[in-house]
Design a protein around this ligand. Sequence first.
Ligand code: AN7
Length: 380
Amino acid sequence: MSASSKRAALYTGLIDRYRDRLPVSDSTPVISLCEGDTPLIRLNNIPRELDIDAEIYVKYEGLNPTASFKDRGMTMAVSKAAEEGSRAIVCASTGNTSAAAAAYAARAGMTAFVLIPEGKIAMGKLAQAIAHGAVVLQIKGNFDDGMRLVKEVAGEAPVSIVNSINPYRLQGQKTAAFEIVEALGRAPDYHCIPVGNAGNISGYWIGFSEAVGQTTASCTLYEGAENCPYLLEAMTDKRPVMVGYQADGAAPFLRNEPVTSPETLATAIRIGNPQSWDLAHAAVNESGGWFDEVSDEELLATQAMLARREGVFCEPASAVSLCGTLRDLQSGKIPAGSLITCTLTGHGLKDPDIAIRGREAVETVQAELGAVKDAILRNI
Ligand code: AN7
């Protein structure tokens, strides 16, 4: 095999992979970090230990280049911004969007301006935004304040918004649903997902719908979604029930109205006024699904269980999907025997403080064989 034909087999990111299902043309400059193509991992130990009869897979989006699902939307948003001649992008963020925006802006040679809530973003995400050279504006307010300011400032300064109100973001994010359908050879019975600003659940619903050759109210990119030019032949014949889970201190979909002071340790989803409100409702209603909430204590317990029992380390907000799924399986709301996929939106290393909080898991011993051997025998 020649070097060039070997290179042709390289995975080069989701725009190249799904080019015929995305609003790009040959003249779109593709700004990619080889995002997408993430593993779908079957849970082996947790269902057995909890005596749950279901096939549960986690879509481990923490293995994207900036360690969250945001890269899927960001490759599209930044490529389209580049196509339109933008030199700067802006977003409000609870952390992961800012990390992705910073990295893709670096790749594109643009400036990223990121508005983050003061003191409320996880350390790993702040480190990423700084490392990639974003202009970080810490605001004395929460994500919802930042979102309002971003919408206002975009009318006053030459910057492209790359939050998920940018419809290209959802186009990129829909590709996760394609990957799930391809990996399973069908759609799952249930797809369970954490909900914050509600872009991702909307993106998945577009993806699952297009995979059966249908459009949805969630697709707002074209006037008359039924005329979506990117509908190709069906990949499968049915769509999953969509279930959106939130943290109970930041659960506007459960309250059915915005929450003015959202609070949760899962800072990624500390959002009270979701921008994709109608689209997320469309996803849940069209699929016959529901929203539910879990407490911080429950979501942290699920995060720890997943790390300890399955070897999969996700951030607190991500654990919300599996947390709610396990509870709904145990209550019978999700029937036994179901095939379920849960999105794990971000990597556990994003938020190391939470992972080691309250744990006395580190023992200091002398640098001697006897001491190490004793410690092993004591813990085995
Ligand atoms: C790990 O980074 O909104 O419902 O500004 O980081 O699509 O908002 C993050 C959201 C779930 C919720 N899990 O997704 C941001 C931001 C993680 C996240 C969500 C986020 P959406």
